[in-house]
Design a protein around this ligand. Structure first.
Ligand SMILES: [Zn+2]
Length: 413
């Protein structure tokens, strides 16, 4: 009976929210766009129909509160985001908001109040493709967004975050001066965006940490342009060969650090050997690239960075090139709440499940809450066809299943 209600809520909300999108393929709701506001409005209507009090903060994050038995007890916030990447999928973010709605619907209709308040939290602007800032909505809610970040420009419009926020009715100054929410508990349901659960045939898993990253987004190798037939080997300063050396060296280091039991992912990209200037008859004098190093351990990020630096020294000597790494940007690995993870695992155990504990490779709002001192945890849902694309897929029944485990978790507390 309750499970039917959860399933019906999941199906209805996914349909209603995903009906709101710019032209396809896939789903497009830019951060701080009218489309994102419209999707938030669907949640507001559904919450008001359940009799919940709906509020929006100065950054236009939406909160809807279901009162618990003990109004003084630490509330549980549950939710995710409704913005998408351009031509994204139906579930990234949306599944978590819909799951939160299904949880409060189940409690509201059961006639039995949860032990503490449950607050549906729909954050703004989680996808950093629009503004080059991480976790905008959640960090705004937590009083952690900075004045320079408020001036970040949206990729499509070129207008600032403050501008877009104000246009939709938000108050950027109040965001910057607000105290932020006091620490409580946060749970985020989210598709895994990776193959682990799907390959293992498991509906959901509990996330114990979010990887941090160390990036050089605008790195460059400068060599010397030369004639590809005329320049003798020993006289060349070939930027592409130098990059190849670096890539192979970092691949070997990656393998070695994994074998030592560390968590690490190394990705090179945006490789461009000066396309407009380049031709097949030239020894490349320049190559631009980026590198993204991720780990659950800050010390391993430092170690990998040290190796990268040493390899740069050796490649500069060997190849006669100059490597300019540019500005390093960094995000901290974040440990999520072991206590909340245990509570959810215990509830799952009561119905014969033992969800795996796993790491999140991508960043999520849950990390922002954890960094602000909240007890914060994520539940990953099995999905397939990758993510951030129109074919992103998951089984609605998996979401309903995870929600019923959360209901069991919070009934037992
Ligand atoms: Zn997401």
């Amino acid at each position: 009976m309750m499970d039917t209600l959860i399933e019906a809520t999941v199906d209805r909300l996914l349909d209603r929210i995903n009906a709101i999108s710019a032209g396809g393929p896939g789903f497009t709701r830019p951060s701080y766009s009218a489309l994102e506001s419209e999707a938030h409005q669907v949640v507001a209507e559904e919450c008001e129909a359940l009799g919940l009090a709906v509020t929006r903060d100065a950054a236009l994050n939406l909160f809807a509160r279901l009162p618990g038995k003990d109004r003084q007890a630490t509330p549980l916030y549950i939710g995710s985001h409704l913005d998408t990447v351009p031509m994204g999928g139906a579930y990234d973010g949306t599944a978590g908001v819909v799951g939160a709605m299904a949880l409060v619907t189940a409690f509201a209709k059961s006639g039995e109040a949860p032990p503490a308040d449950i607050v549906v939290a729909v954050t703004r602007a989680e996808e950093s493709v629009w503004f080059p800032v991480s976790y905008i909505g959640s960090r705004a809610a937590l009083g952690r967004l900075t004045a320079p970040e408020m001036q970040a420009q949206r990729a499509d419009s070129g207008r600032t975050l403050a501008d877009h926020m104000r246009e939709l009715g938000g108050d950027p100054d109040a965001v910057l001066h607000g105290p932020g929410l006091p620490p409580a508990r946060f749970v985020e349901l989210h598709i895994e965006q990776g193959p682990v659960l799907h390959n293992a045939g498991e509906a959901f898993g509990i996330v114990h940490g979010v990887r941090g990253g160390l990036r050089y987004r605008e790195a460059r190798i400068e060599g010397v342009w030369a004639h590809s037939g005329g320049a003798p080997r020993e006289a060349r300063s070939d930027a592409v060969f130098a990059l190849a050396d670096l890539v192979v060296a970092m691949d070997r280091a990656w393998e070695r650090l994994l074998a030592e039991g560390h968590d690490l992912a190394v990705t090179f990209g945006r490789v461009d050997a000066a396309s407009p200037e380049h031709a097949f008859a030239k020894v490349p004098g320049r190559v631009d690239f980026c590198i993204d190093i991720r780990s659950d351990d800050d010390a391993v990020l430092d170690k990998a960075d040290g190796i990268f630096r040493r390899e740069i020294d050796s490649v500069e000597k060997r190849r006669g090139v100059r490597v300019i790494t540019g500005v390093q940007s960094r995000s901290k690995p974040t440990r999520l709440s072991a206590g909340l993870g245990r509570d959810i695992a215990a509830a799952a155990g009561q119905i014969g499940l033992s969800p795996r504990r796993m790491l999140s490779g991508g960043g999520h709002d849950a990390a922002a809450f954890a960094q602000a001192g909240w007890e914060s945890v994520m539940v990953f849902l099995r999905n397939w066809n990758g993510s951030h694309n129109p074919d992103e897929a998951m089984d609605h029944a998996d979401l309903a299943h995870a929600v019923s485990v959360l209901q069991r978790t919070w009934s037992a507390r």
